[in-house]
Structure formats: C-alpha cells, structure tokens
Write a protein that binds this ligand. Sequence first.
Ligand code: HEC
Length: 106
Amino acid sequence: MKQIVTPVISLALVAFLATTALSAEGGNPRKGKALFKKSCKECHVKGGAGGEVTPLTKTMEQWDRYFEKLQHNPEGLKGLSEQDLKDIQQFLFDHAADSPQPETCG
Ligand code: HEC
C-alpha cells in the first residue's frame, strides 16, 4: 500500500506547489478585495481618473508582472503597506481574466 500512496501524495504536492508559485506569496485575497474597493476603485471606475480597472483588466500572468514592476504613480498607492499590495495582487490574480473565477468586482 505504501508504495502506491507515496507517489500519489508527492504528485499532489508538486501540483500544489506549482500552482502557488505562480501567484503572489502570502497575499490574502479577501483583504485584498476590500482594499481594492477602498483604495483603488475611487480612481478606477468607468470615467474615473485612472479609467476602469477590475481583476478582468489583465490575465494572471499580466497581474504578476504588473506588480513585480509596479510603476504606478505614488498618489494611487498612498497609505498602502507592502502587505496590503500583496493582498490586492492576490485578489486581482485570483479573479483575473483567465483565472478559474473571473470577477469584475463591480
Ligand atoms: C488617485 C487615483 C488613483 C488611485 C487611488 C489608484 N490609481 Fe491606478 N491609476 C491612476 C491613474 C491616473 C492611472 C493612469 C496613469 C498612470 O499610470 O499614472 C492609473 C493606472 C493604473 C493601472 C494601469 C492600467 C492598465 O490598463 O494597465 C493599473 C493596473 C492600476 N492603476 C491599478 C491600481 C490599483 C491596483 C490601485 C489600488 C492599489 C490603484 N490603481 C489606485 C490613478 C489611481
């Protein structure tokens, strides 16, 4: 029995690690959603200063790349800690255009 179970567990573990490695590490998507609504939506609604931005604006890979470089004007990121940004990144990533649960956060 042991010989069968062990490879199955390691396979599951590898699959798990492979998926998490893609996303922001240590981000809390539920906090991220609240933070996004509070700190980003004020400028990022249709017709707002920054134009409409929702999780659907980018793909998972594009969000990761966006946050890696993060060249947003400082005005928009005012008062947000590194952890806050991680949470927001996680939320946007989890609901990106090509994610399993795309969401507009309207
Ligand atoms: C004070 C207003 C303001 C706030 C708050 C703000 N932004 Fe922006 N954002 C802008 C403006 C203006 C632009 C476009 C010009 C620029 O990049 O400076 C922009 C551009 C962007 C873009 C690029 C749009 C694209 O299509 O690639 C993204 C993504 C973005 N913001 C995400 C965010 C996120 C996430 C937050 C919350 C952490 C946020 N913004 C908060 C004003 C804001």
